[in-house]
Each structure stands twice: as C-alpha cells, then as structure tokens.
Write a protein that binds this ligand. Structure first.
Ligand code: SF4
Ligand code: SF4
Length: 200
C-alpha cells in the first residue's frame, strides 16, 4: 500500500465476516460462516483502515446475504454434532457451537451434553465446513504443515506454560496459527484422544 502512496493499518475487533458480506466480498452460509467463490470457506479475513479512496461502494454495500445454494442444501445442519445449526433461523445457536468451548479464553469446560465423538479438531470444529459441497474443491488442496511427535504431544497434554515449550514446538504452533489458543490445547487434545472418540 505504501508503495502506491496510501496507508493501511490492520485493525482487530471488527466484525470482519459481517463487513465482508455487507461489502460484497463474501456471502454467508447457513452455518454463519462466510464463503468466497474461489476459496469456499477456507480463508482468513483481516480488516484494515486506509486512506485509499473508496469508489463505487454504493453498488456493492448490501444487506446481509445468504448463499442461494443453502436453500436446497442442509448438509451442515444434519452433520453439526451439537445441533447448533437449526435451519429455522439465520443465526446458529452460538452457545451450542463447539468453537465457543474450545477456542475462546475463559469459556467453561465441555458440558456433558457434548457427545465425546463431537470433537474433531485441535482448535475449533470443521464438521459443517467439511460437509459443505462448496468446499469440495478446496479440500483437495489441504497440506500437512506440521506434525507433533510423541514427546511434543505429551508436553501439550501436560499443559506446560507456552514459554516452557521447546522452541521447535512453539514454532510449529506459530506456523499452524494456533499458539493464540494454547490455553485450550491441552483440554482440547484430551477430548480428541478420549478412548470413546471415533474419527468421522
Ligand atoms: S463449527 Fe461445528 S459445532 Fe459449530 S456450527 Fe459448525 S459443525 Fe456445528
Ligand atoms: S453445507 Fe449446504 S447449507 Fe450448509 S453452508 Fe454449505 S451450501 Fe449452505
């Protein structure tokens, strides 16, 4: 941006999905996740303030839009392990979504009504995105970015302080963009390797 003569500053704590939908960049799915045609739902939104002149916004700023495809597809509704997506209203039941319990700092332990086989990710939940037909093409491009060996897995399970982790393990967590969720990794991993857990 600077090379073009404009300034941009990244900002946190803005409703990025909502802004992406209102500005025409993305559309909502029935699972309240946003989709962009070239990427499905596999992208990371970031918001910036800029002095770049905005032109043509009258044509793109719009009401909240849900993808047409969702009218005749209920794949995410039927595969959500916690019945967080109801289908009879736009908003999912956020208090039932696994991500509420395994991503955000200070949220309660997994309640008993979450079945052991609901857990499917070290952080978050991918069931609704993996079932979505609009992600099929993207799923063929998934790559393994890092692997933890047994010793590293044990360190996470022991819930050592992040600063106590060997630099190589800390670097892997950074590379995977999950170091910010380290406070939850130990309990999430325990839920994943629960003997009752079965891969989907
Ligand atoms: S992220 Fe998981 S729990 Fe949340 S709505 Fe999607 S499938 Fe359901
Ligand atoms: S799985 Fe179907 S209903 Fe759910 S977001 Fe994707 S297209 Fe929409």
């Amino acid at each position: 941006m600077e090379s073009c003569g404009y300034n941009a500053v990244r900002v946190a704590r803005l409703p990025e999905k909502l802004i992406a939908v209102r500005s025409g960049l993305a559309k909502y799915g029935a699972n309240n996740i946003t989709y962009i045609p070239e990427f499905g739902s596999f992208f990371l939104l970031s918001a910036f303030y800029s002095d770049l002149p905005c032109t043509g916004t009258d044509e793109t700023w719009s009401d909240i839009r849900v993808m047409d495809m969702c009218k005749n597809c209920h794949a995410c509704i039927s595969k959500c392990p916690t019945a967080a997506i109801t289908g009879d209203r736009f908003l999912i039941k956020a208090e039932r979504c696994l991500t509420y319990y395994n991503e955000f700092k200070g949220t309660p332990e997994f309640p008993d009504w979450i079945a052991p086989d609901s857990h499917n990710c070290l952080v978050g939940c991918l069931r609704c995105q993996l079932q979505c037909p609009l992600n099929r093409e993207q799923l063929e491009k998934v790559e393994v970015l890092a692997e933890m060996d047994e010793a590293e897995t044990s360190l996470i399970l022991e819930n050592r302080g992040f600063e106590e982790l060997p630099p190589a393990l800390a670097a892997k967590l950074e590379e995977l963009n999950i170091s910010m969720y380290y406070h939850h990794l130990s309990s999430n991993l325990k839920a994943l390797i629960n003997p009752k857990y079965r891969l989907p």
